[in-house]
Design a protein around this ligand. Structure first.
Ligand code: OKS
Ligand code: ZN
Length: 347
């Protein structure tokens, strides 16, 4: 399996996120990826590659050009406000909710940050753009590596920051560019007529859903914690089925906090049945391992050994696959759990 590893991921290293009225250390740390690399090395899984230059034109067919341009220049604008800002991260603090105008673009920097984001847990740092862009390149390269193959040929984008919460024109939930969506778009443009995205992260892949909500060529499936109680709260319910041409091309399978592997597996199998019924030519797996029983911010109960079975179930699709790295914060176990999925997949 070709593994496209983001060589500059550590340039995105947020200091603090807002949590219950306090700034607390970020959960989404560079160490997460180092544990995965180490586990893959130890077990001899995969063939590590560096990404090529990012295809910005493709990125701007998934995200809006003005959002991409904002991300590319945000740090420079932030430091231009005050040179002392170079020692701080950008955290959003104001958003245009219902009744506010979304068709204006204020020149005020904080106002523009709010226009392009949805929470205060997602710091934008000096190296965020560079890291996210190289991660996007990993996802696009992984897609191109498996396109024009058949059967369960797989590649992985081993990168952070993650991507599945990033929407057409917003960041949040530790995500800036939607790597899974970019992989799906790259697969489409490389000739796959129909692509499915299966998101197994604990959190609903709201960004991915929003990007493809009105498209019939990409099926989005997500198994996740019920948004009634779990982040991102405002999207991810079962009645969101897609719209317009995309009607019935979105499947949400929310499960209550506390769900264990048996019930989780039933939901995944339902999702995989939908992928088969859709007659997808390729699949993108948004692989978060924050479904783990030891995850500090999530509440499913999967055990490390269960991830071998997750890999086997995904392999049962017998489709070319791209894995993207999403959440998982029990850092010392993230490596084991991701390696187990890939090992189970390879069979
Ligand atoms: C905000 C809490 C943010 C939770 C973000 C979840 C990130 C994740 N204070 N998404 O898959 O793992
Ligand atoms: Zn997650």
């Amino acid at each position: 399996m070709q593994i496209f590893h983001n060589p500059v991921h550590e340039k995105h290293a947020g200091r603090q996120e807002m949590f219950r009225g306090k700034l607390v250390p970020c959960h989404e740390t560079p160490a997460r990826l180092e544990y995965v690399l180490e586990a893959l090395r130890q077990r001899g899984i995969g063939d590590l590659r560096a990404p090529s230059a990012a295809d910005i034109a493709l990125i701007k067919r998934v995200h809006t050009p003005r959002y991409v341009d904002f991300l590319a220049s945000a740090w420079q604008e932030w430091v231009a406000l005050d040179p002392a800002n170079a020692g701080l991260d950008v955290l959003p603090s104001i958003w245009p909710v219902r009744g506010f105008r979304h068709d204006v673009e204020p020149t005020n920097f904080a106002a523009r940050v709010g226009l392009f984001s949805f929470d205060s847990g997602c710091p934008l740092t000096a190296g965020t753009w560079e890291a996210a862009l190289a991660g996007a390149a990993c996802a696009i390269d992984a897609a191109r590596a498996v396109s024009a193959t058949s059967g369960k040929h797989a590649a992985m984008a081993l990168t952070r920051p993650p991507g599945h919460h990033a929407g057409p024109d917003f960041f949040g939930g530790y995500c800036f560019l939607n790597n899974a969506a970019l992989a799906a778009q790259a697969l489409r443009e490389a000739g796959a007529a129909r692509v499915a995205i299966v998101d197994v992260d604990y959190h609903h892949g709201n960004g991915t859903q929003s990007i493809f909500y009105e498209r019939a060529d990409v099926l989005t499936v997500s198994v996740h914690g019920d948004p009634t109680t779990e982040y991102p709260f405002y999207l991810g319910y079962a009645d969101e089925r897609g719209q317009g041409a995309g009607a019935d091309c979105n499947l949400n399978l929310p499960l209550p906090a506390g769900t264990g592997f048996a019930d989780w597996t039933r939901a995944l199998k339902q999702g995989l049945a939908a992928v088969r019924a859709f007659k997808a030519d390729a699949v993108v797996v948004a692989l978060g391992v924050d479904t783990y029983e030891g995850d500090p911010i999530s509440r499913f109960k999967l055990k490390s050994a269960d991830y071998l079975q997750v890999g086997r179930l995904l392999a049962g699709l017998d489709l070319p696959a791209v894995f993207t790295m999403e959440g998982g914060y029990a850092v010392a176990d993230v490596g084991t759990n991701v390696a187990n999925v890939l090992e189970g997949y390879a069979g």
